[in-house]
Design a protein around this ligand. Sequence first.
Ligand code: NAP
Length: 305
Amino acid sequence: MTDAPKILDGKKLSQAVARTLNKKINTLAPTVGRPPGLAVILVGENPASKTYVAAKHRFAKECGVRTFDIKLPDNVSERELTQVINDLNTNIEVDGILLQLPLPKPLDGAHFTRMIAPEKDADGLHPLNQGLLMQGLPAPRSCTPLGVMTMLDLALSNISLNDTTTLEDIPLASLAGKSAIVIGRSQLVGKPVGFLLLERNATVTFAHSKTHDLPAVCRAADIVVAAVGVPRLVKGEWIKPGAIVLDVGINRTDDGKLVGDVDYDAAASLASAITPVPGGVGPMTVAMLMSNTVENFERRNGIQV
Ligand code: NAP
């Protein structure tokens, strides 16, 4: 048993992101002559997608980002969707394009994600941008991994979030000499978060479904990022005392409860800092979508990011 862990509150941290972006936009928009613009494309009636899209619009408003709300029926043709994306790619008022996934069948989400102009990629999922991440070059980074990194900075800082905190108050943490395990190797979360950790000098191990003795590999890590999609896979005894635990997983149990990939209570008794589920990494994903949109706006207007 260690001291009580720092609970990494994603809602509060996302408010700090909103304040930071709002301040930035208030300075930049008068110079550029317009605020940053984010187009959100929702195809069909998937209830979860509708909820996520509504949250994105709400958060954009808080930040001062203008949104373009594009709703298409679930029987939209490939040709029509292509046309919508092409129009947004050439619309000068649009800095970020978000295509809410999954798309209804038979539309292929990966195919349409690749159609978004890389410089307007709000999600950081375009293959070109993921390649630039691997090369350590500037480009929009994937949102959930960016959110994880900001939470890690918070964990390693002595900052307590309050109603005036902005990201400028949270220093970039040094990860040199720290070992990190990323459990999960998806394009969406695992791989990009691993590269972001590596970029910041952590020593990174990628674990996945074929990893042998995952508990032992996990116990060696100072930083644990779980992005698996298996409820409470990571047990308390897998956690090295004092480790930082960042739980990306969002899973619904049979009794309707939302839980992460980590057995929260058991891990919290050993960790130095931990993200709750819900209210941890989730809100930071939306926040980083807005951060990417504002950075795209800056790059597209020749402002140094
Ligand atoms: P994914 O594409 O299904 O990838 C899951 C990864 O976990 C795979 O690499 C898989 O290994 C690995 N895995 C599966 N079972 C395992 C096991 N028993 N032991 C070790 N590794 C195992 O999932 P994802 O899109 O990355 O999402 C992961 C979780 O994060 C989900 O719960 C998702 O809902 C959540 N999520 C949350 C946010 C957020 O904003 N908080 C955003 C995105 C995703 P293999 O490669 O060997 O199959």
